[in-house]
Design a protein around this ligand. Structure first.
Ligand code: GUN
Length: 285
């Protein structure tokens, strides 16, 4: 039986450290930290994420500024708002919740966010920095996974690390972070042949496919560390990950649950980035 990695606990300790530093900045330098969160339309999942982000801001002592825009907002209107936020000194970080409505070009919006305030680390300039390993903004979800791996004490260097999924938000930066820690990294995706065999070779297996119960126990190596990035809602309303927990748990040494695994980490990493942005903008680092 695997040990369950408690994402809520690890996330709480990251947030506690951010809260302590935020309080110190306010007391010693009179500096406030602010995050702007922009949501367009009424995607229910996005609404939940945005509410959780606002709640986390309160917990760590940030100001949060929410902009809830109508589904019919034009790309130009959204760009105008991003421009205003880029210039607003109360705003240290800007988060535009994805996905955006189909008529808005996501890339154009991401590119419009000032790289200094891009706390998601989605802007090409920040993505490039992650690629070369000289970054100050962590890609939130992959960085959260790295914290969870660190919490197990399992060494990454030299290990076979398999990432299933090649998205810009998770799969690609995840592979980079594992590589920076000297993992031997394989990225699998929908066209991968022999997926099961490749997964069976993984000491560290990260599932970020977006398909419920995609990774089954027969794909997991005995003793592997399994990180499940998926958050899928089943027809019965229940949440489930990309990993079939019951069967995978029998093989893994450590495994993340859904919910309560990777999810809470993404938000605490966002808080960490926002604090970093505030310190950079104040010339403290
Ligand atoms: N949608 C799903 N995940 C994310 C994320 O990490 N950041 C933003 N902005 N949107 C998302």
């Amino acid at each position: 039986m695997a040990q369950i990695i408690n994402g809520k606990e690890v996330s709480a300790s990251v947030k506690a450290a951010v809260a302590a530093e935020t309080a110190q900045l306010r007391e010693e330098k009179g500096l406030k930290v602010g995050l702007a969160v922009v949501i367009v339309g009424d995607n229910p999942a996005s609404r939940v994420y945005v509410n959780n982000k606002k709640k986390a801001c309160e917990e760590v002592g940030f100001q949060s500024f929410e902009y809830a825009l109508d589904e019919n907002t034009t790309e130009e209107q959204l760009r105008d708002l991003v421009d205003v936020l880029n210039r607003d000194s109360r705003v240290n970080g800007i988060l535009v919740q994805l996905p955006l409505p189909k008529h808005i070009n996501e890339t154009a919006i991401i590119n419009a966010i000032s790289p200094e305030k891009d706390v998601d680390a989605f802007h090409p300039s920040n993505v490039g920095k992650i690629m070369i390993g000289e970054y100050s903004f962590l890609p939130c979800t992959p960085a959260g996974v790295m914290e969870l791996i660190a919490s197990t004490g399992v060494e990454i260097a030299g290990k076979s690390c398999v990432v299933i999924g090649r998205s810009n938000i998770v799969g690609k930066p995840m592979a980079m972070l594992l590589l920076h820690k000297s993992g031997t990294v394989t990225i699998c995706h929908s066209k991968t042949q022999n997926l099961k065999e490749i997964c069976l070779g993984a000491d560290i297996l990260v599932a970020a496919v977006g398909k419920p119960n995609f990774v089954t126990g027969d794909m997991v190596k005995e003793g592997a560390v399994v990180l499940d990035v998926g958050i899928n809602r089943l027809e019965n309303g229940k949440l489930c990950g990309d990993v079939e927990f019951e069967s995978a748990e029998k093989k893994a040494s450590y495994i993340t649950p859904v919910p309560g695994g990777v999810g809470p980490m993404t938000i605490s990493m966002l808080m960490k980035n926002t604090l970093t942005a505030a310190k950079q903008q104040a010339g403290l680092i």
